[in-house]
Design a binder for this molecule. Structure first.
Ligand code: AP5
Length: 222
């Protein structure tokens, strides 16, 4: 029999490298990447009512209300592709109430990866971050510069990526992280996120591979 697909949550402070690691995880493990922040930015870009409301909170570095976020993520998570291939939840849940909304549905991860990056690095990562609107790829002017001039000329910066706003986002993060740590205590692994993105990935790769092996073994022995 086939094992259940892998279910992964990834958390960490703003700019700790969640999106960057998700690109690498997705490429290797084929999981469906669901980023709450990306879903919200897509709502903003579409000009929807939810997007307009969400933007007001995002500009203040606060959590967008559950009324907007909870169903948005739930609907994406329950799509057949995520159920069949496994999922990688990025930036969700981010509060006790969001974690409880998933618990109520019986949705739990096999592994909860917490990226640990010293605060002094986060501001530099945020202000140097750029994204490619064509491919969605994440860059950093110093640490992951664009491959060529054409890409460089079309890179954009997020509206909440200023030094002032990252400090507010960080406060929100510190207010909420403890409640997640207690909910997922049994599946949390802390990964040091202040190495190169390749080294961070090699650590995560080992953890996910071993989690997948365990699941396969359980099915094989059943
Ligand atoms: P969201 O989009 O999730 O932002 P965030 O949590 O602040 O995280 P970031 O996307 O800023 O960073 P990241 O960890 O993905 O880092 P990245 O890989 O890009 O949320 C935005 C807002 O939406 C929130 O403030 C909130 O308002 C709202 N929201 C989202 N989820 C919500 C929820 N569940 N409930 C309510 N509201 C919600 O890397 C950052 C930079 O560093 C890049 O330039 C990258 O190239 C570079 N970098 C990455 N790794 C390395 C490395 N190892 N070495 C050097 N540089 C690196």
């Amino acid at each position: 029999a086939l094992a259940d697909p892998l279910k992964v949550m990834i958390a960490g402070a703003p700019a700790s490298g969640k999106g960057t690691q998700c690109e690498l995880i997705k490429a290797k493990f084929g999981l469906v990447h669901i980023s709450a922040g990306d879903l919200l930015r897509a709502e903003i870009a579409a000009g929807s009512e939810n997007g307009k409301q969400a933007k007001e909170f995002m500009e203040k570095g606060q959590l967008v209300p559950d009324e907007i976020v909870v169903n948005m993520v739930k609907e994406r998570l329950l799509q057949p592709d995520a159920q069949e291939n496994g999922w990688l939840l990025d930036g969700y849940p981010r509060s006790y109430s969001q974690a409880m909304a998933l618990e109520t549905l019986g949705i739990r991860p096999d592994i909860f990866v917490l990226l640990d990056v010293p605060e002094e690095l986060l501001v530099e990562r945020v202000v140097g971050r750029r994204s490619d609107p064509v491919t969605g790829k994440i860059y950093h002017l110093k640490y992951s510069p664009p491959e060529n001039e054409e890409i460089a000329s079309r890179l954009t910066q997020r509206f909440d990526d200023t030094e002032e706003k990252v400090k507010l986002r960080l406060q929100t993060y510190y207010q909420n992280i403890d409640s997640l740590l207690s909910t997922y205590e049994d599946v949390i692994v802390k990964v040091k996120g202040d190495a190169t993105k390749e080294d961070v990935f090699s650590e995560i790769d080992k953890l996910l591979s071993s989690s997948l092996d365990k699941k396969t073994e359980i099915v094989a022995n059943a």
